[in-house]
Structure formats: structure tokens, C-alpha cells
Design a protein around this ligand. Sequence first.
Ligand code: GLU
Length: 414
Amino acid sequence: MAENLNLFTSTQKVIKHSLNKLGFGEEMYELLKEPIRMLTVRIPVKMDDGSVKVFTGYRAQHNDSVGPTKGGVRYHPDVTEEEVKAMSLWMTIKCGIVNLPYGGGKGGIVCDPRTMSMGEIERLSREYVRAISQIVGPTKDIPAPDVYTNSQIMAWMMDEYSRLRENDSPGFITGKPIVLGGSQGREKATAQGVTICIEEAAKKRGIDLKDARIVIQGFGNAGSFLSKFLYDAGAKIVGISDAYGALHDPDGLDIDYLLDRRDSFGTVTTLFENTITNKELFELDCDIIVPAAVSNQITGENAPNIKASIVVEAANGPTTDEATKILTERGILLVPDVLASAGGVTVSYFEWVQNNQGYYWPEEEVNTKLTAKLVDAFNNVYNLSQSRRVNMRLAAYMLGLRNVAEASRFRGWV
Ligand code: GLU
């Protein structure tokens, strides 16, 4: 039978299983299996050549029982309604694991910003905010960056929202430039969270990061900062890739050299001739693999050939159900996306808190708070997985759903 690569249905399966383990019944599953709200918008944009192009955008809000919904906006040609829905479910779980007063939300626009001018991206971003403005806001639903969106796009969106509401609304969106109320440390936060999870996982497996050989798939925001943190910590990055291919050196790649040459979308391999494929990358001899690119990368086909003893998911949904099963059976420690990639939304929460109080923290304070939350979250998930004899993904979902299910019950919804 062909492998199920549908992120939404496989997420629903894990949700059902974890609610069951937590002792919640069918009605709770009925509430949590889908977003409570899903808006689809069509956005006309004047292109630089004078033509009008109509883009499709989405905003999904999974559950707002513990607080406003929260999550990024993705700009990518492969964005689909199903994917946005699945990612809003994951955001609820991420926020639950790190104990943030948010439910999950997610947005996306079907577009390819790599082929658009800055002016076109600005007009698209502003129109998107106008189109979804009724359902978002600092106490309703708070967007943030995701794949191919950045602090400049957040700035345009914040400006558009503030103009619509006719008041200054920095807490409407996170991941902003520092001068507009962004938080110190937000840009590096996802990679920092992944690094903390790698350190904790390595301790559990008795691996010293200084001697570790690490493969990273992806050289975007998460992958690039992550490779730098690990390289500076003395680890050998033996493989790294972008959307076009991968580079490999068993003695460790020169990460500073590659970082200097990557473009703003994370492309670097096109500058080299002796590249390997993304498929070969996963089968390299190494201790730790970090998929930090797109979904469905570790599958039933390549999972049996993975040589690493730890896989840390920095991307959203990089491992299929079947691959999760195979890795677990092979005794590989799989740190799931909903835990490993929670650093971004954690510092987004700190940004929102600082916006609300109008008082800003230095970077060390942000980092100390982030480390405390992530170390706790990792160990809570790890200990639950040991005590309940379940894999780390199921344990993470159990921890992540507990708050939202209990809050929904206290509110009398279920
Ligand atoms: N897009 C990021 C994520 O998937 C960050 C979300 C946020 O900061 O709200 O976790």
C-alpha cells in the first residue's frame, strides 16, 4: 500500500491516539480534530508589469480555549488548505508543550516570493492583512513569520493593521524588526530551540556535541543559524543541503564560508559542482540528522538506511508515520517537530508580552527564559515517553493537548 503522506490525516490520527491516552473521549476529539475557523481569501494584486494577479490565501484558527490563536504565515507555491489546517493543529500542540497562553493558528498564501519584486510582495502582504483583518488582532489571532516570510513582511503587515485600526498595534504580529517592537533573539530563536533539543538529546544518548557528526537538511532561517551554533560548539557538520542539492565533507564543512555565500532564500549548493542528492544526504554516516526544510522527507523508503542515532525535526512534518514507526523500532531517538521547533513561537510569545507591557528585555534575558522553557519541555516530553512507554511524538502530543483539552472542558465546550 502506498505510504500516507497526508499531513492533516496523519496528525488527526496522532491527536486521536493521544487524547485517548489522556482519557478524553470522542467528543473532545471531534472538537480538536479540525480548526474552529478557516478563512479562504482571494487577493488581487497589481503586478509591476501592470497586470493583475489573484492569489489565494488562508488563515486557520485551531482552538482558542486557552487564549488567542498564534502562528506564522507561509508564502510558498505548494501551500494548500490541508497543509495550513494541519499546521494550525501543530501550533496548538507546540504552544501547549512550552506552556504558552495561546491556541494554534496558521496562515499561508499560494505564491512564489522568489519570483516577485519587493513591491509586489509588499502589496500582497498588505492586501492579505485587509482580507483577514476581521478575524485577527492582538487578543484574537497573532501572525508571525514562517517559510519565505521575514521581519520586513511582518513590518508591512503590522503597519497595514495599525492603519486599519487607526491605532499603534505592535502586538498584532510577532517577528517584527527590533525598532518596531520586535524582540531581541527572535530571528535566531527557532535554531536556538533546536540546538537546545539537540544538546538534551545528545546527553540522553551519551554523545558529546564536540565530537558529533551532524547532517542538516535545509539552509534557510532555521538551518543556517543552527549550522552556525553547532559549528561554533565544535560539532562537525558533515552534510548540508538546500532545495537544489547537498554538500558533503566527512571532515566537516566550512560553515562560515558557506554562510557568507548563501542567498536570502538559503541557496548555496548551486555554486558547487561536486554536490550529492538530498536522498544521499540522509544516508550519510553521522550521529545526528536534522531535517530543517520541508515536510515528508524521511519516509518508509529511506528510514531503514538512516545511520544516525538521533533525529531532531527542525522542519514541520518532515517524517512520515511509517518512518516514525521504523525509526522508533530501530531505537533511534526522534525528537518531534512540535517540540524541536517550538523556540520560534516561544520568543514570539516573549515579543508579544514585551509589546503588551511596553518594556523590553535584553537578549540575555530572552535567551535565559527560552532555554529554561525548552529544557523543561524536552525533559517533560522525554520523561512522559519513558513513563508511558510511548514514542517522543506521542508523548509530545499528549503534553501539548492537555492544556487545550482541559481549558475546553472548563469553559463547558465539551
Ligand atoms: N512559524 C513559526 C512556527 O511554525 C513561528 C510561529 C510564531 O512565532 O508564532 O512555529
